[in-house]
Design a protein around this ligand. Structure first.
Ligand SMILES: [Fe+2]
Ligand SMILES: [Fe+2]
Ligand SMILES: [Fe+2]
Length: 447
């Protein structure tokens, strides 16, 4: 195939803007915490090295079990959020693989408490244990910063804890561990069996016996027995393997609809996680997003559109959760394979945002934030006006912020030098008009 035809094929395959059109783009959508985090949990799956939808399936299992136990609605919500966020702490660290097991081939249940340590670098046992403790603590802190209470952050902290008190340094044995924590731990453990036991019908047959086998050691015996009974029901399995499982969970609207400011706060925490993963200065993601909003207004976009661009910008690099952190922070030139992995991040982000009701346009902008007007960007090699103005604003603000702050591979440049570099990219990386508008508003950010 001729290069041009190849490029067109890539565009058709990866970047079809009609898939992301929002009819009557109206600004920031009204979203519940449960809807937003239900969709963004796909990014946490990437960080955990799990199959897409792992956190959503854990949430389904946890909510089903909590409902079966007759828990009150607000307690079921706590289970839901604990399940979705259980491994969010993996986003800020590099996964490790237990010794003797090939990277990415950790079989659930074979290594107590390490069922999610599906990583790329072999480690000693003490490193594995440290890794478990660190991601549980980091995830618990993230949950707190997102505004969740003690029950949810405690459940995230204890999702590797075993009934017998093993699994994590500091794990509480038996009923000393709160019920919500034990439900989340069981749901994660059970979903991990799905990962290990393919096809699903095999687990349908063997699951109850495996649960009873883990009872009293890894799992709360009463909960394990209850789950074993649930795992023999058709409706449980039909729900778990429903193609619309994610949409169904998001439609529950747990956590209530967020105001505009609450939405920005929650997304700010996500942006902070992305900063850590990318080795960026603290607050970079929030700063870039606010800058993008101001540039959008200066490009005569409406307040509502500028707000939506801020949402997109806060999430623009969420796809880097699917890229090994050591590539993102490498203080050297990346190999071809490493670069290919990094270049997947706009696609991951676009696909994740595309699932959120009302964020179709934002998903498209985010998917294009590394495109260049000269057609040499990625992932779709779009050209000229094919590159949305919003995507260029994201790329411009990100580039400027990167140039003017310390990065793992170089020191911060003076602003004058950064502007000089950007001017040199007019007509190649960026549209000269947007660049000129950016320059005219970038001054106030000096203060
Ligand atoms: Fe974990
Ligand atoms: Fe997990
Ligand atoms: Fe990026």
């Amino acid at each position: 195939m001729a290069p041009r035809a190849q490029i067109q094929a890539v565009k058709a395959e990866f970047l079809d803007p009609t898939l992301y059109e929002d009819t009557g783009l109206s600004g920031v959508p009204r979203l519940s915490r449960g809807t937003l985090l239900g969709a963004l949990s796909r990014a946490f799956d990437l960080a955990e090295g799990r199959k897409p939808g792992h956190a959503q399936r854990v949430a389904y299992i946890g909510v089903y079990l909590a409902g079966d136990l007759g828990l009150e609605p607000h307690r079921i919500e706590e289970v839901y959020f604990g399940c979705l966020l259980h491994d969010v702490g993996m986003a800020v660290m590099e996964p490790v693989t237990p010794p003797g097991i090939p990277p990415g081939r950790v079989r659930a249940g074979t290594v107590p408490g390490t069922n999610s340590a599906c990583g790329t670098s072999a480690a000693s046992w003490s490193e594995v244990i440290q890794s478990i403790a660190r991601h549980c603590e980091a995830g618990s802190e993230v949950a707190r910063r997102m505004g969740f209470g003690e029950a949810v952050s405690r459940a995230v902290l204890g999702h590797h804890d075993c009934w017998d008190g093993s699994g994590r340094p500091g794990a509480l044995p038996g009923e000393q561990s709160p019920l919500i924590s034990r439900i989340v731990a069981l749901a994660d453990r059970f979903e991990s069996l799905l990962d290990a036991e393919a096809p699903p019908l095999a687990l349908r047959r063997s699951g109850p016996a495996m649960l009873r086998d883990m009872a009293g050691r890894e799992l709360d015996p009463d909960l394990a027995e209850r789950m074993a009974v649930i795992a023999s029901r058709d409706d449980f399995w039909l729900g778990l393997y429903d193609n619309d499982l994610g949409a169904g969970l998001m439609a529950l609207n747990y956590g209530g609809v967020m105001s505009r400011d609450e939405l920005f706060d929650l997304l700010g925490v996500i942006a902070d996680i992305v900063d850590v993963r990318n080795g960026r200065a603290e607050g970079a993601g929030r700063r870039i997003a606010e800058m993008a909003r101001k540039v959008a207004l200066h490009c005569d976009m409406t307040e509502r559109r500028a707000d939506l661009l801020k949402v997109a910008t806060l999430l623009h690099d969420i796809g880097t959760l699917g890229v090994p952190a050591r590539y993102l922070r490498k203080p050297d030139i990346l190999s071809v394979d490493e670069m290919s992995a990094v270049q997947m991040h706009p696609i991951y982000a676009r696909d994740i945002l595309g699932e959120v009701p009302g964020l179709g346009a934002a998903a498209w902008w985010v998917g294009c934030h590394h495109e260049r007007v000269d057609g040499k960007g990625y992932p779709g090699m779009l050209e000229g006006s094919e590159v949305p103005a919003e995507a260029q604003i994201i790329g411009l603000c990100e580039t400027f912020d990167a140039l003017t702050n310390d990065r793992p591979y170089r020191r911060a440049l003076p602003r004058s030098e950064a502007f000089e570099i950007l001017r040199g990219l007019a007509g190649s990386r960026f549209d000269p008009y947007i660049l000129a508008r950016f320059e005219s508003v970038a001054g106030p950010f000096d203060a």
